[in-house]
Write a protein that binds this ligand. Structure first.
Ligand SMILES: Nc1ncnc2c1ncn2[C@@H]1O[C@H](COP(=O)(O)OP(=O)(O)OP(=O)(O)O)[C@@H](O)[C@H]1O
Ligand SMILES: [Mg+2]
Length: 450
């Protein structure tokens, strides 16, 4: 939740829509029920008055209506609409709808019109009644009743329609809400894409136009990136300059030390000086190599394309070590692009292939393995003597050379490890069945964009 702005907005909008729609539902249902109930009661009151007006006592003493009630539902058998007129000592008169049962006349003992819920012929009924004196002074009781379920049915059907309509409205509101959120957050998506391109080395700044709220952030970041780049470049140049300026004095010191080493009494001191001077020289060469590698770096475009990156290096190695056979196996990695700096990556590959070429007896095998997750392993195996297991870690230290006979300065592996760390890939050495195996592992490759 804390991690996603989009999720926060989605939850807020969902909650807002659900609460709003529920409030509308409750208030609409209760207002409607109140109104329907009120008009229902008014109607029943009108009907009971009409019943009173239409009732007469015939000359033969029977209770009669001068004409049927205006609402035809009182004539349909068991329709839920009933009336009844009773008078002391006379046969009661009932609506044609009341084919069975009778109505309770308790409610009809007052000249005022009263109402309450009673049991009718077909279930609970809203019952209205009043009493009036007949011509002969007898009490005539008028009762009219309508099933409660009629009212419930009206309210129920309204509630169903309303629920369906509000559900559709909620879906519509949610859909538009979600659309608005993704529209609103689009600039952030673009920003993160621009970031990805920057990190993959496809661009050297954040590109794109952003809305007023984000534009200053992008501009500040760009300024920061440029400032940083300039600082790093300056520091590298300075390190390079320093290393360079130390070279001449060091050459003089070395010269002097050699001279001292030739004389008997100063021989030991001369040797110490020579040793230290050579250690200093290695450090200087290392710093200069680093400065050179980063200074002339072109803005690297497309990342490392497998296996193309290895082709020119292999050709150079074949010229450098003509008596060794180099083989390439790139099965399953054709066209895979690793989001890495191709210049740095090529440098690492050259260092490892050159070592393998130098110490192999006859063959060097370069292979790429990629899996579905986009992870990729690059393996360089030779058939040379390898490195004693307990000294493998030492091989990465500047100036380490186990084999003093072969030419070299002991810088290759140190530089390779530094470059790998900067690129975010791992470099490991181990002794294989035949010779040394160097392994580069990259954990998240991008599939090639076509
Ligand atoms: N493939 C290999 N087989 C056997 N030993 C190796 C292999 N690669 C490196 N080594 C040992 O590790 C040492 C360090 O290697 P590194 O590449 O750092 O220096 P280098 O090759 O001696 O000199 P440079 O690469 O700077 O010219 C080597 O001197 C060698 O003894
Ligand atoms: Mg080397």
């Amino acid at each position: 939740m804390a991690g996603s702005l989009r999720l926060r907005f989605l939850l807020a909008v969902t909650l807002w829509v659900i609460l709003g729609i529920a409030a509308i539902w409750f208030s609409a249902v209760s207002i409607f029920s109140r109104h329907v109930e009120q008009s229902y009661h008014e109607e029943l009151e009108v009907h009971v008055r009409e019943l009173g007006r239409l009732t007469e006592i015939a000359p033969d003493g029977m209770i009669v209506l001068t004409r049927p009630l205006s609402d035809p539902r009182y004539d349909v058998p068991l329709s839920g609409f009933y009336w009844q007129v009773t008078a002391d000592g006379r046969a009661p008169l009932r609506s044609p709808s009341m084919t069975r049962g009778s109505l309770e006349e308790d409610i009809a003992h007052s000249p005022e019109i009263l109402h309450r819920l009673e049991n009718g012929p077909t279930g609970p009924a809203i019952t209205y009644g009043f009493t009036r004196k007949g011509a002969a002074g007898e009490d005539i009781h008028f009762v009219i009743a309508t099933d409660q379920r009629e009212l419930d049915r009206l309210i129920g059907s309204f509630t169903r329609d309303l629920t369906a309509w509000l559900a559709a409205l909620a879906a519509l509101l949610l859909a538009t809400g979600f659309t608005i959120i993704s529209f609103g957050l689009r600039p952030l998506d673009r920003l993160s894409l621009a970031f990805a391109r920057l990190r993959h080395g496809e661009t050297d700044k954040l590109e794109g136009d952003y809305p007023a709220e984000i534009a200053p952030l992008a501009a500040d970041l760009n300024a920061y990136i440029h400032q940083n780049e300039a600082m790093v470049a300056r520091a590298r140049v300075q390190a390079g300059n320093l290393a360079h300026s130390l070279r001449t004095p060091l050459a003089i010191i070395t010269d002097e030390a050699e001279r001292l080493a030739k004389h008997g009494e100063s021989r030991a001191a001369g040797m110490v000086l020579l040793d230290q001077a050579s250690a200093m020289e290695q450090q200087i060469e290392y710093q200069l190599a680093q400065a050179r590698a980063s200074a002339g770096k072109p803005p690297s475009g497309r990342g490392v394309v497998l296996p193309d990156i290895a082709m020119p290096i292999l050709r150079a190695m074949e010229r450098l070590h003509p008596d060794k056979g180099f083989t390439l196996d790139a099965n399953g990695c054709k066209g895979v692009v690793l989001p890495l700096d191709p210049v740095d990556f090529a440098e690492v590959l050259s260092i490892l292939l050159d070592n393998a070429g130098k110490w192999s007896r006859s063959r060097v095998a370069l292979s790429f393995t990629c899996d579905k997750t986009g992870a990729c392993t690059i393996r360089i195996a030779d058939d040379g003597p390898g490195i004693p297991a307990d000294r493998i870690d030492q091989a990465f230290v500047v100036g380490t050379r186990f084999d003093r006979e072969a030419a070299g300065s002991g810088l290759g592996l140190a530089i390779a490890q530094e470059l790998c760390a900067a690129m975010g890939i791992t470099l490991t050495l181990r002794n294989g069945t035949q010779g040394l195996v160097a392994e580069l592992r990259h954990t998240a490759a991008r599939p090639v964009e076509t």
